[in-house]
Design a protein around this ligand. Structure first.
Ligand code: SAH
Length: 258
């Protein structure tokens, strides 16, 4: 399952259907699609569809439930977003830290995380915040800390996306014992070697290289090459190098001067 699919945006009693649409748009732009509405005042609604601007699929899939407890029942982690600190002893996370924890839960435990947002006018009640395992606060201007609902959803979804991308490409990727990732320098050495052999084998025309090397770089850069793998690839290149016989048997030459 994709990490982004393990995140759920929950809007508690949204008053303005336009904000539901704008939140759906904010989600879709960041690759999220699970939206749950707790007792929305008016939904479905033309204003929601209009503001969704093409994210109607997210609206169509949105579930409506009666309570926050129902909305988050099957989640492993529940994070409530609040514009103002309510309790002195409750630590407020920023969106980045929250997104990292949500990604780790998804990645390590296949767990679901709900990100919960409150009503436009009054936010989340204390009782609702108590259901949340963590509280999230966007560190906005302390004199004007309350963002529009959909704008807050956008900021959080952006961080979720960044954390999810980082989790996949980053250090948490499984590595077998003794494996070490190849250094950039060694990978560059492989690319140089590859190009050299491709030219020697007349697969690559140095006068007309087109996009071949960039495409090959893109291919290999998608994986996390380990040092041993780079060594194997270079060994293969050496073995298949058409000039090899000329090297190993100096009497023979590719130019055929004999
Ligand atoms: N007047 C309300 C703010 C409601 S804004 C209040 O004082 O609580 C609607 C929702 O957007 C909030 O419930 C919250 O979930 C989210 N939100 C807005 N600004 C935020 C901020 N700075 N940090 C975290 N969430 C925020």
């Amino acid at each position: 399952m994709k990490i982004l699919d393990s995140f759920r945006i929950v809007l508690v009693e949204p008053q303005h259907p336009g904000n539901i649409g704008a939140a759906a748009r904010a989600m879709k732009a960041m690759g999220l699609s699970n939206l749950v509405l707790v007792a929305p005042r008016s939904f479905p609604h033309a204003d929601a569809t209009a503001r969704a601007a093409g994210a109607d699929d997210v609206l169509q899939r949105a579930q409506s439930v009666n309570s926050l407890a129902q909305a988050v029942a099957d989640c492993q982690l529940v994070i409530g977003a609040s514009a103002r600190p309510r309790r002195l002893n409750w630590q407020n996370m920023n969106p980045r830290a929250a997104a990292e924890e949500a990604s780790a839960v998804a990645y390590k435990m296949n767990g679901q995380t709900a990100l919960v947002f409150g009503r436009e006018r009054s936010g989340l009640t204390n009782g609702e915040l108590d259901i949340c395992h963590r509280h999230l606060m966007i560190p906005a201007n302390p004199d004007y800390a309350s963002l529009n609902l959909a704008a807050a959803v956008q900021v959080v979804c952006y961080e979720l996306r960044m954390a999810a991308l980082g989790t996949k490409a980053g250090a948490e990727t499984y590595m077998g014992e003794g494996d070490t990732l190849a250094r950039t320098e060694d990978i560059e050495g492989f690319y140089t070697h590859l190009k050299d052999v491709l030219v020697a084998g007349e697969f690559l025309d140095p006068e007309q290289p087109k996009l071949l090397m960039r495409r090959l770089r893109r291919l290999f850069n998608r994986t996390q090459l380990e040092s041993t793998e780079v060594n194997i690839l270079r060994g293969i290149l050496t073995a298949l190098d058409p000039r090899k016989q000329a090297y190993s048997n100096p009497k023979m030459s590719l130019k055929g001067s004999d």
